[in-house]
Design a protein around this ligand. Structure first.
Ligand code: ADP
Ligand code: MG
Length: 324
């Protein structure tokens, strides 16, 4: 495997007068292989933007090692910057300029031949609207202008921070098709998101971050398989009893994720669940093995779902795919 991006043990603590110290990255690791669409997944505030900004030399880390296209950064960033396209803050364009004018200006500024402008407009599917003013564009089209600007230099690696943010389902679909076609042309794409369903559909592999640490990484299929060990959905005859049931199963050694109208119990036999609950006068109305999607893995790993009123702590990294 050729890694285009490697991060080892990255740490960053922000110090602000108003809010004091805030640890954004606590020994974070990530590896992105050449040619893949890699999803960088985590809830808001988990450290995604901090990681990407650090990688691009916009923030100074407290510790750790980073390599971009084989070169250590920030030391050698200048040498590889031309081969990386990135959109980390949503870029602002002049609303009265057309997409073509905007990209032509950027091409001139970056010593890129003007012929490339037509190519990137074609790539992002904006050729037919290229002469219209940007202010007449939908948010999705504006995002595609941003992607087009990042593509001008023919980057080997494209980094997008939350590209689906604020897009309607149609816009998200367009963005997904665009990522896919770029990857098909051999580009490596790294995109961050807190929106899980999309990552599952777009990406070959994922890194899941929680509280500034990697909690899972690998091909999407493997991450799912590693965490799909016979989860069972449990509903009770009296929904009010769910908290009591969660507590009982946890106490008996089960791994429970509480959701509004049911529980997810990992890696336990249905008979054990029924018996444990019945012993406490709790009666099950449904026991169903569930097909796991990235969302439930994510909930489980990041502890976003409360267990018996308490957030679950994740203290161990789960890495599949062999590149720990
Ligand atoms: N400039 C900053 N100053 C202080 N704290 C910050 C700053 N930027 C981010 N943080 C904090 O660092 C943590 C990670 O933030 P961020 O990297 O933006 O997460 P994400 O992109 O995953 O939502 C959060 O707790 C956030 O509040
Ligand atoms: Mg962010």
């Amino acid at each position: 495997m050729t890694a285009v991006l490697e991060i080892r043990d990255l740490s960053k603590t922000y110090r602000t007068l108003r809010r004091g110290r805030r640890q954004a990255l606590a020994g974070f690791d990530m590896t992105v292989a050449a040619g893949e669409v890699h999803g960088f997944l985590g809830p808001n505030g988990s450290g995604k933007t901090t990681t990407l900004r650090t990688l691009l030399g916009l923030i100074r880390p407290d510790g750790g090692e980073m390599r971009l296209l084989g070169q250590p950064v920030p030391e050698r960033l200048a040498e590889v910057a031309g081969r990386v396209g990135a959109i980390v803050e949503s870029p602002q364009f002049f609303p009265h300029f057309s997409a073509r004018d905007t990209l032509s200006l950027l091409a001139d500024a970056g010593d890129v031949p003007r012929t490339r402008v037509g190519e990137v407009l074609e790539l992002v599917g904006l050729r037919d609207r290229a002469k219209d003013r940007i202010r007449t564009y939908s948010l999705g089209m504006k995002q595609r202008v941003a992607v087009a600007s990042a593509l001008l230099k023919r980057p080997e690696l494209l980094i997008l921070d939350e590209p689906a943010n604020g897009l309607d389902p149609g816009g998200i679909r367009e963005m997904r098709d665009l990522m896919r076609s770029l990857a098909a042309d051999g580009m490596t794409v790294l995109l961050s998101s807190h929106i899980l369903g999309e990552i599952q559909q777009i990406c070959d592999s994922v890194t899941i971050i929680s509280l500034g640490r990697r909690v899972a990484a690998g091909p999407v299929e493997e991450v799912l398989r590693a965490h799909s060990a016979a989860s069972v959905r449990v509903r009770l005859e009296a929904a009010d009893d769910l908290p009591r049931a969660a507590a009982a199963l946890t106490e008996a050694g089960g791994q429970v994720t509480s959701l509004p109208d049911h529980l997810l119990v990992a890696a336990e036999r249905p008979a054990w669940i029924t018996r444990t609950l019945a012993d406490r006068g709790l009666y099950v109305s449904e026991l169903a093995p569930i097909t796991v999607d990235l969302e439930s893995v994510f909930l489980e790993l990041t502890g976003t779902a409360p267990v018996a009123g308490q957030a679950r702590q994740v203290d161990e990294s789960v890495v599949v795919g062999g590149h720990a």
